[in-house]
Design a protein around this ligand. Sequence first.
Ligand SMILES: *Cc1c(COP(=O)(O)O)cnc(C)c1O
Length: 472
Amino acid sequence: MKPEIKALLSRLPKVDQLLGEPEIDALLAAMPRRLVLKAVRETLDRLRSRVMTGDPDRPPDLDRAAVARRAAGLARELARPHFRRVVNATGVIIHTNLGRSLMADEALEAIESAGRYYSNLEFDLEAGRRGSRYSHVEALVCDLTGAEAALVVNNNAAAVLLVLETLARGGEVIVSRGELVEIGGSFRIPDVMARGGAVLVEVGTTNKTHLADYERAINEQTALLMKVHQSNFRIVGFTQAVETADLVELGRARGLPVIEDLGSGSLMDFSAFGLRREPTVQATLAAGIDVIMFSGDKLLGGPQAGLILGRKDLVDRIKRNPLNRALRIDKFTLASLEATLRLYLDEGTARLKVPTLRMITADYAGLRRRAARLKRRLEPAAAGLAALVLLDGQSQIGGGALPDQDLKTRLVALRPATLSVNRLEAWFRSRPTPIIGRIENEALVLDVRTMDDRDFDLVVAALSELKAEAGE
Ligand SMILES: *Cc1c(COP(=O)(O)O)cnc(C)c1O
């Protein structure tokens, strides 16, 4: 080891010395000692390796107070929950990485109550004996959708697995080649099929599948005909897919159940708001499908869940599958799902109170006003730091719903004057409440569609802190 590096290392303060520093001492009163110790040791480790690998003529500040300040910063970081709130300024409404759907106040109150108090989770209050956890939402789901029976499991991936395992294990399931999707997080139809013990029979081609393709593939081994929503992609051009109603007719004629993985099933018809028409859950059931599955936290705007709806005899078999016990939902899901579904009893209410629906149907004029307000509020802090521009742009629904749907929005773009746009983005992302935007054309853009007006305070504070830091 070079003597100058050795000399630098000997200047590093000792753990005990740092613990005696006022800044660290104050932290010991405010947070668990083990967190403070961990931060101190880790800070020293990091400095040691920087000294050993860095330029000895430009060493880090090894002054005891400076090291203590570093360690205190790390300790405060360690004391914050690792799982935390962020501001979603990406404009992707159902952002799987950022927690998908936000929940309505009514759903949050239901969760709070389910956590704070005992409940009739599995207790029949009328009969005074054991009840079923599924009874709380089944009637409501059926009432809203026209389904005969319903079951809710952990998520839609679980729903698809459970349905296949119950209705098709050991048999063949016919699916169009154009619908063999992969959703993020390694959910792939062929793999789920294999896990469910069913044999996938692909029919048609990537771009075109005809009813006759399904018809020809039917044999004594066939257990199901299945449709899968393309979700996160779209095939355009010379294409053809078989309508649900036609597939249902074929299934009826051959005595085979027809099921559909709707992915991001919606109870609301968004075409009234100028969006592309997508078959709703109700319309798919009305077309005569035997069983459908969809997510609770995509377009529905509720908690993570997988809803299974359809024919009573089939849903009853699915309920009795022992795998169902392993995939069952917890009381928080149940409470918030019921509260969310209740909002749908009046579609106007759902549109205003379910955040996912509110964000999707937000009108451009309102977004424009809100973006202008955010820009105005950022102006004092931005002076000399970044140019602020209002731009038109596109939001995305996300969650594999309507992937090519244009959703015109208004963006606030921050074009930094001195630091790089990557540094600016990282600064926002490293705040105690991280702010996640996106980089476009050398600017950090913030989409107000996915932001709450209360988020604006956090964005203004983040920029002000950056200005203070830069001024130092
Ligand atoms: C999203 C999606 C799934 C998985 O749903 P999760 O609720 O995330 O488990 C399955 N199939 C399709 C078509 C989807 O879009």
